[in-house]
Design a protein around this ligand. Sequence first.
Ligand code: NAP
Length: 215
Amino acid sequence: MNIGILGTGVVGQTIGSKLVQLGHEVMMGSRDEANPKAVVWAKQEGRKASFGTFANAASFGEIVFNCTLGSASLEALHQAGAGNLKGKILIDTATPLNYSDKIWTLTVCNTDSLGEQIQRAFPDTMVVKSLNTIHCDVIVNPNRLSEKTDIFVSGNSADAKATVSKALHDWFGWRSAIDLGDITTSRGVEMYVLLWRGFRQATQSYHFNIKVVRS
Ligand SMILES: NC(=O)c1ccc[n+]([C@@H]2O[C@H](COP(=O)([O-])OP(=O)(O)OC[C@H]3O[C@@H](n4cnc5c(N)ncnc54)[C@H](OP(=O)(O)O)[C@@H]3O)[C@@H](O)[C@H]2O)c1
């Protein structure tokens, strides 16, 4: 499958590398046509990896990942272009964090979320918020945790959420993706990241996750 990755940071690189290893064709997008990080990444990953602008990667992908800085995701997606994203699933991994203060805050929360903002701005794209509740090492390798844990999908399209849940199982090994409901449920998983940071500090590790235990 052709997959577009918007974002040259650690998340885009980690997900992109795993997908290339699985045999997919992956294009990494950036503000620049030849972002140095994307160029190095593509060279390292070989002939199935390529790079370009956000628009190039969005056009290339049958499925597209948003792995951009949350506070800049809308800008990045506008650069990707509504036409290039039309009719496609966008897996939104971003969290709208403001890192500038010692105590992190969200740039949108409570009555709105980044997932909803993206879905409103790109009504012809099926936005599925997922994976923002775990570190990227865990995203591509859930088995590094000692127990089976849960990820979440939020979105307005049941078909898109089912497709994403199956893909995350087949690509990375996620056996449990809990469907939280429509895109407004992005609010919870985005705000969770403040608690994630507390877990990070308490455990001194990036490698943990939520397990939802039922009676
Ligand atoms: N770190 C994790 O393990 C983890 C796990 C789950 C989710 N997340 C979320 O995943 C996202 C990616 O995280 P990351 O650490 O890999 O990367 P990041 O540093 O948060 O974002 C890097 C990307 O954002 C783009 N960007 C930055 N400012 C921009 C602007 N003004 N306009 C357009 N694009 C802009 C950059 O574009 P250029 O390529 O052009 O520089 C780059 O591609 C974040 O939203 C983060 O909260 C992180």
